[in-house]
Design a protein around this ligand. Structure first.
Ligand code: HEC
Length: 175
């Protein structure tokens, strides 16, 4: 009797292993989408390019600057809301949604590659602009040194952009 159960358990276990191996890539990417696993900086960059180019050119992002508006953490939140509004329209269901984990990775990509001027803003104001977006508020409260993707990308830049440093009030407004 006992050995029957053992055999059954072994078979079930083997099946789980086989299925996991067969769907390894799917399971890995689904875990990242949901935030159980972290994105590597390279994966985060591909994700940001893919998700942020479905409505407008990447130019809109690379030309964005600290004189243009709030830091990327707020832009990503706004785009997330825009996507929700757009997707509700007929024929727009193809637009990609952005999960919390993806938004956290994508914010870091653009802040790292183009510039991060969160420090020039009052945290309370940024939190208001994030309108209860818990994942991004948590990122806002994460010190720069602990934002792995942003740290890794800070030394890199993309063609056609000039890296914006942290906000410099004296430089604001002057060309
Ligand atoms: C649902 C379509 C859609 C997607 C997807 C989208 N955007 Fe946008 N984006 C817009 C529209 C529409 C505007 C112009 C309206 C505005 O500025 O609010 C815009 C404007 C912008 C601007 C310029 C804002 C300004 O004030 O000049 C930036 C920067 C930007 N998007 C970044 C992003 C990033 C980063 C992503 C990926 C997270 C993204 N967008 C994904 C629709 C989208």
């Amino acid at each position: 009797m006992k050995s029957k159960y053992l055999i059954l358990i072994s078979i079930v276990f083997l099946l789980i292993v086989v299925i996991s191996l067969a769907f390894k890539d799917k399971i890995l990417s689904a875990s990242k989408t949901r935030g159980y696993l972290e994105y590597t900086p390279d994966e985060a960059v591909s994700l940001a390019y893919a998700k942020c180019s479905s409505c407008h050119n990447i130019d809109k992002i690379t030309k964005y600057c600290f004189r243009c508006g709030p830091p990327f953490i707020v832009v990503v939140h706004n785009m997330k809301s825009l996507i929700d509004i757009e997707r509700a329209k007929p024929g727009k269901e193809y637009l990609p949604t952005i999960t919390d984990a993806e938004a956290v990775a994508i914010s870091q990509v653009w802040s790292g590659l183009i510039g991060n001027w969160e420090e020039g803003w009052r945290k309370e104001d940024l939190k208001k602009l994030l309108k209860g977006d818990e994942a991004l508020i948590k990122l806002l409260d994460t010190p720069f040194s602990q934002r792995k993707i942003e740290q890794a990308l800070m030394k890199k830049s993309i063609p056609g952009t000039h890296k914006e440093g942290t906000f410099n009030p004296e430089g604001a407004g002057s060309k």
